[in-house]
Design a protein around this ligand. Structure first.
Ligand code: HEM
Length: 451
């Protein structure tokens, strides 16, 4: 019997013209790349406008992300597509501004705080299961997981469910924003020259303004509740009352709007993408599905302690993040000239780090395209986890929500599999494409039946 491999997008031919590349890129950055990137340690792209280098060699990835992050700041051009929505959020800033923002935000996500956040996360997971009970049969699960992950963010951040009027509006406006902004891809990853028009579609900026207005309403109400001493002890309160240990300052209302916008964007799109792929993989590999379902009985215990028992679910989620890293590529900019692998990297060159390619690198991973959650317990798996696995990035700019996501993902996965058996829908094989996160071209359809 031939082994079933999880879906992988086709690679493009090795040589194509720049314009053809841009066209492919506009459709999807994954299938726009040649297959050799799964084997290369470093690759260079020369175009009329820019030079960029994709870096796959583990020690170079370490140099960029962990050892010398200040010499490879975030490319300011990336901000262009996201600025109308995210303003000066921690995702886009560099230097001192970014450092101060992290000093204020990080304590809210530290290990101990996860325990405080857990009841809200669990309530969101229960609500997701309840919604799915009404949706048995073939279900487009990306949409459902977006809903669930957005619910997690609002419950943990502001102690309100997604049904709350303002939360619901942010969620639906955000969907429109993405639909009206298909070029976000291009603007985010290809450093187009400054004279080239940015093609923000009509309505995109307006939508961003509305979303920010709604978030401002939430933060303003919260500021008042904090002053009145009636604020709930959630992530928003924690962040808004934390003082920068170096300057003693707190976020003002406008800065908080920027941060909430990124928590919402970075925190729900990514988790939703990973969960949708994880559930599809469970449909494809029923033997793993059963193992997760059996282990999920530990969730009878509603306390945070139960999460530590979800070991198989965590391995499955980790393997999903390897095969379908929600953030498929990241871009940095060389602040000074460098020499990497005997190549001159000029100042200003764009350095592309690609979790997508690194996680499937043929010279690093054993059976890179195979779904195998057991690999994390092998020598090769452990070594690659240290050196070639960056779904949350690494180093100083590592995802703030990594610990949060590694509780949320396995929890929701287990809660769903505890309740439902999942099977594929005939003829519906998802095709991975990179939009803001790795999604499927026509959604991800699976069939749910109650256990
Ligand atoms: C499976 C879920 C998630 C994945 C795969 C993920 C992945 C990432 C990655 C790769 C980055 C670095 C991007 C870059 O450097 O260009 C990042 C940054 C970030 N993530 Fe996540 N993320 C996830 C969930 C979350 C959650 C739940 C939150 C918050 C509630 C969050 C908040 C952030 C923030 C604030 C940053 C910016 C950090 C900085 O630049 O200093 N993420 N995430």
């Amino acid at each position: 019997m031939t082994e079933i491999l999880p879906p992988k997008p086709p690679a493009r031919p090795d040589r194509v013209s720049f314009w053809r590349y841009l066209k492919l890129f506009r459709q999807d950055i994954l299938s726009a790349q040649p297959a050799r990137l799964y084997r290369a340690w470093m690759a260079e792209f020369r175009t009329p406008f820019f030079r960029s280098f994709l870096v796959n060699q583990p020690d170079l990835v370490k140099t960029l992300l962990k050892e010398r992050p200040d010499d490879f700041p975030k490319s300011d051009r990336i901000a262009e597509g996201l600025k109308p929505l995210l303003g000066n959020s921690v995702f886009l800033t560099n230097g001192e501004t970014w450092k101060r923002q992290r000093r204020i935000i990080d304590p809210a996500f530290e290990g101990g705080r996860l325990k405080d956040t857990y009841p809200a996360m669990r309530a969101a997971a229960e609500a997701a299961v309840a919604r799915l009970k009404g949706r048995q049969g073939a279900v487009e699960i990306e949409e459902e997981m977006s809903h669930a992950a957005a619910d997690v963010i609002f419950r943990t951040l502001f102690s309100i469910p997604i049904e709350h009027e303002v939360a619901g509006q942010v969620f639906s406006r955000f969907r429109d924003y993405q639909r009206s902004q298909p070029l976000l891809n291009l603007a985010a990853f290809v450093p187009l020259p400054r004279w080239m028009p940015r093609f923000f579609r009509r309505g995109t900026r307006r939508n961003a303004e509305v979303i920010r207005g709604l978030i401002a309403q939430l933060t303003c109400e919260r500021m008042n509740a904090i002053r009145a001493g009636t604020a709930p002890d959630d992530l928003a309160t924690k962040i808004m009352t934390t003082r920068d240990p170096e300057t003693g300052s707190t976020f003002d209302a406008a800065e908080m709007v920027d941060q909430v916008a990124i928590f919402f964007l970075a925190g729900h799109e990514t988790s939703a993408s990973a969960l949708a792929w994880a559930l599809y993989l469970m449909a494809l590999y029923p033997e793993w599905q059963e193992k997760v379902a059996v282990e999920a009985e530990a969730l009878e215990d509603e306390s945070f302690a139960a999460v530590s028992k979800l070991k198989i679910s965590r391995d499955v989620f980790r393997e999903t993040l390897r095969l379908y890293p929600p953030v498929p590529m990241m871009v940095r900019q060389a602040a000074c000239p460098e020499q990497f692998r005997n190549r001159n990297v000029p100042k200003g060159a764009q350095m592309v780090l690609s979790p997508w390619h690194l996680h499937r690198h043929e010279r690093l991973w054993e059976n890179p395209d195979r779904f195998d959650p057991a690999r994390w317990r092998t020598e090769n798996g452990r070594q690659c986890q240290r050196e070639a696995y960056i779904p949350f990035s690494a180093g100083a700019r590592v995802c703030t929500g990594a610990g949060f996501a590694m509780v949320e993902g396995p929890l929701i996965l287990s809660m769903i599999l505890r309740q439902f058996r999942i099977t594929p829908v005939a003829g519906k094989v998802p095709v991975p494409v990179a939009h803001l996160t790795v999604r499927s071209k026509y959604g991800i359809c699976i069939r749910l039946t109650e256990r």
